[in-house]
Ligand binder design. Structure first.
Ligand code: GRF
Length: 238
C-alpha cells in the first residue's frame, strides 16, 4: 500500500566500517516518496470538533487532494467530529484509550483499524494523544499533524495561548510529519497570521484556525501530488 516509497538509508554492512563518519550522517539520511497511481487512502484521527478533518474531507471530495478517506477514528466518544463523519457516510471507529491498559495497546488497536481500512497516510487532526512507536513505526513519514503555532516555537498544548502570552507579533500554524518527539518532525507547510493590537487569545485562535483549514489540504497536496525527498528535516520536491 505504500506506493513507490523507498527508504534510502546507509546499508547495514557498511555501517561498522563507517561508524565514525556515520555519527555525522544523520542529517544526510534521505527518504524518497513517489506517489502511487491510485488515490491515497487517509486515516484521520480526531479527539474533538474535527474542523480540520472537515477541511481534509472537503479537499478530497473536490479533487483538490488526490486521496480518499478510509476511516475516521476518535479516542473520545463525545467528539462531535465522529458523529459528523458517520453522518457524512465515512467509516468511523471509536477506540477509547480508557479501554486499553497501556498507550501501546491502544495504539496497536488504532494501527489494526487503520490497516483494516487499507490506509496509507494518517492525518492527526486535533488528536489529543501522544503517539508511541507502535503507530510511528507502522507509518514512517506517513503521519501528519497540525499545530496551532509556528514550530519550533510553542509546542505542546495551547500553542495559541502560549504565543499570545509571549507577546509575539506574528503567529500561525504548522503542518509537519510526525516523529517520536512531540510537535517535532519535518515541516511541510507553515502559514502565518499577524497578531493585531486589539486581538484576544480567542480572536487570534479563530484567525489561526482559518489558516489551518487551508494549510492541511495544502500540505496533503504537496505530499501526495508529486515526488519528494526528505533530506534531513527538509521536505524537497523532486
Ligand atoms: C486545532 O487547533 C489543531 O491545530 C490542534 O487542535 C485543534 C483541533 O481543532 N492540534 P479541530 O478539532 O480540527 O476543529
Amino acid at each position: 500500500m505504500l506506493g513507490g516509497a523507498t527508504e534510502n538509508l546507509t546499508p547495514h554492512r557498511h555501517r561498522d566500517r563507517h561508524r565514525h563518519r556515520d555519527r555525522h550522517r544523520d542529517r544526510d539520511r534521505s527518504f524518497n516518496y513517489n506517489p502511487p497511481m491510485a488515490l491515497a487512502r487517509l486515516g484521520i484521527l480526531i479527539s474533538g470538533t474535527g474542523s480540520n478533518m472537515k477541511s481534509i474531507v472537503a479537499a478530497c471530495e473536490s479533487g483538490d487532494v488526490p486521496a480518499e478517506v478510509g476511516v475516521v477514528i476518535s479516542n473520545r466518544a463525545d467528539a462531535p467530529g465522529l458523529e459528523w463523519a458517520a453522518q457524512h457516510g465515512l467509516a468511523t471507529a471509536l477506540l477509547s484509550h480508557r479501554d486499553y491498559p497501556t498507550r501501546e495497546a491502544h495504539d496497536s488497536a488504532v494501527v489494526d483499524r487503520l490497516r483494516r481500512a487499507e490506509v496509507d497516510w494518517v492525518c492527526l487532526a486535533g488528536y489529543m494523544r501522544l503517539l508511541s512507536a507502535v503507530i510511528v513505526d507502522a507509518y514512517p513519514n506517513r503521519i501528519l499533524n497540525i499545530h496551532p503555532a509556528l514550530l519550533p516555537s510553542f509546542p505542546g498544548l495551547h500553542g495559541q495561548r502560549q504565543a499570545w502570552d509571549y507577546g509575539v507579533r506574528v503567529s500561525g500554524c504548522t503542518v509537519h510529519l510526525v516523529d517520536l518527539e512531540l510537535d517535532h518532525g519535518p515541516i511541510v507547510i507553515q502559514r502565518t497570521v499577524p497578531v493585531r493590537p486589539d486581538d484576544t487569545e480567542k480572536t487570534l485562535s479563530v484567525r489561526i484556525l482559518e489558516q489551518e483549514h487551508i494549510a492541511y489540504p495544502e500540505a496533503l497536496r504537496a505530499l501526495l501530488g508529486g515526488s519528494w525527498r526528505l533530506e534531513g528535516r527538509r521536505v524537497v520536491s523532486v
